[in-house]
Design a protein around this ligand. Structure first.
Ligand SMILES: Nc1ncnc2c1ncn2[C@@H]1O[C@H](COP(=O)(O)OP(=O)(O)O)[C@@H](O)[C@H]1O
Ligand SMILES: [Mg+2]
Length: 502
């Protein structure tokens, strides 16, 4: 998951496979150019003497690097046959062969290749999209992931770009590592382009380049639409009730700073805010970021599965690398259960795989990325997520107590420039027993509409009428809510100081 932390590199993995005479290897990567350069490099350096490296595409056919096309090899069956017939050692890269997986002749020939190459130092690499491999082939193929460029690779890339601009002096000093780190999460091409842009129209390259790189990255993130930068965030004092969460947040504020890190204090890893819908879970997450003055990035797990380019794993890796590069920050995963259960587009196993790489990352991360997840359907959450060491705290947001309802009503009125003292909200709080925060907000909103329609100021009666029109969710879903509460009783801390209820 974290290429820059993992001790084993892509190169190591690749060499291990080659030494084992792997026949067909699928490489998960969107970076065709980088992959081919790496493979070509391996063909030249891992083998002595160097062996040829062939590339196939439907338009160019099969040809060795810098050599001549094998006649007729645009036809994938011809190309695959040529692979089998090739007498010596060699590596081959087939671009986008998955477009042909619906053709029995191609699939058969690919299987022949898999069988034939087993005893030779010849390996066929496949890449491109995430094709569902034909069933018959699944077992014969090794899969290898080409992670995004590591810090080392990015540093080399930066040096190369800097060397191409000899007239511009790089004055980054000790900020250089920070600049390199800011490029994490970018593909090689993107990083090259982003670095190059920094050198345009400047005489020297100073620390302000880091901000520029962040901007560039934000643009890329936005274009891809996996992470949202949330700007207008809820403030802590806009939340009614939930005193326990607020206290927790206030206490932890200083833990999440560079000072604390220097003191050897582990920063909080994250919180899971569970509970009944409409009671302020999303608000809490936003308030965390605003109170701690950290950027807030929202990760939409559904978009991870729907990503057009790259596998879900890569997309997640990229999103995480992006978040790490913007750290310290809060990474918000709203309604995490929808991503983990059921609605995920991929089959269950895929969701499980992605989820476990996410957990591994959470466990091992040392970047200051605070994960704030929310969940409604809490009893569907996999137990691994709840295990100690993942989240610092699991909160349960209950229906607001009477005192909390009073606070929420007051805040909602103040939001609309109304003086709460004028509206008898003590009694309204009493008569809204099953209401959640969203419904209380709706009471105020709809009362305001009524008053506005009749061209007069808001009156108490409007609020009473409005609340009479709402059937709270908690009433229609009483059974379900009981279940949720029972679940939370033993597993989570109450986010508010809610009253006893029957
Ligand atoms: N504790 C609260 N204090 C103030 N407003 C609240 C509270 N809980 C809910 N609301 C209102 O309900 C809306 C929905 O809350 P939200 O945080 O999205 O709920 P959840 O994420 O738990 O479903 C908020 O935008 C706000 O107007
Ligand atoms: Mg929500």
């Amino acid at each position: 998951m974290q290429p820059h932390l993992s001790p084993r590199t892509f190169d190591d993995d690749l060499r291990r496979l080659l030494a084992a005479r792997a026949a067909v290897v699928f490489i998960e990567s969107q970076e065709e150019g980088r992959l081919e350069r790496l493979l070509n490099n391996t063909a030249r350096t891992f083998f002595s003497p160097p062996i040829p490296f062939y590339v196939w595409s439907i338009t160019e056919g099969l040809m060795p690097m810098g050599g001549e096309k094998i006649p007729g090899s645009e036809d994938p069956v011809v190309a695959l046959s040529a692979v089998i017939e090739q007498p010596g050692f060699a590596l081959f890269h087939f671009r986008d062969l998955h477009h042909f997986y619906d053709q029995p002749r191609v699939v058969r020939r690919l299987r022949d290749v898999a069988h034939n190459l087993r005893d030779h130092y010849k390996t066929v690499f496949l890449s491109g999209g995430r094709p569902a491999l034909p069933m018959e082939l699944e077992k014969e193929i090794d899969v290898l992931e080409l992670p995004l460029p590591s810090l080392d690779e990015l540093e080399r890339l930066f040096t190369a770009v800097a060397n191409a601009h000899p007239k511009i002096e790089v004055q980054l000093g000790e900020k250089l590592p920070a600049l390199i780190r800011s490029a994490l999460g970018l593909s090689e091409e993107e990083a090259r382009l982003a670095f190059s842009k920094l050198f345009v129209g400047v005489a020297t390259l100073g620390p302000e380049a880091i901000e520029e790189l962040h901007d560039e990255k934000r643009r890329i993130v936005r274009k891809e639409g996996i992470l949202d930068f949330i700007v207008n965030r809820v403030q802590l004092d806009q939340i009614g009730g939930l005193a326990t969460v607020k206290k927790w947040l206030t206490q932890r504020r200083r833990y999440f700073s560079v000072d604390a890190k220097e003191m050897g204090i582990d920063p909080p890893k994250g919180v899971l805010v569970t509970g009944i819908s409409g009671c302020g879970k999303s608000m809490v997450v936003q308030a965390i970021a605003s109170y701690w003055q950290l950027p807030l990035l929202r990760l939409d797990m559904n978009r991870i599965y729907a990503a057009v380019a790259g596998t879900p794993e890569q997309t997640l890796e990229r999103a995480i690398a992006m978040a790490e590069a913007v750290s310290p920050c809060v990474l918000w995963i709203d309604e995490i259960e929808t991503a983990l259960v059921g609605t995920a587009r991929g089959a269950g196993t895929q969701a499980t795989r992605i989820f476990s790489s996410f957990l591994t990352w959470m466990q091992e991360k040392d970047a200051l990325v605070f994960v704030a997840a929310t969940a409604n359907e809490i009893d569907q959450l996999p137990p691994e997520l709840l295990r100690k060491g993942r989240f610092d705290q699991i909160f349960f947001v209950d229906l607001p107590s009477e005192a909390e309802r009073l606070e929420i009503l007051a805040l909602q009125l103040i939001r609309h420039n109304k003086d709460p003292k004028l509206y008898d909200i003590v009694n309204i709080a009493k008569s809204t027993g099953n209401f959640n925060g969203a419904e209380l907000a709706e009471v105020v909103q709809s009362a305001l509409y009524d008053a506005f329609d009749e061209e007069r100021d808001l009156e108490r009666g409007d609020l009473y009428r409005a609340l009479g029109k709402i059937i709270p969710l908690a009433t229609t879903m009483a059974e379900r809510i009981k279940q949720i509460k029972r679940w939370a009783d033993t597993r989570a801390i109450k986010a508010g100081e809610s009253e006893e209820r029957n």
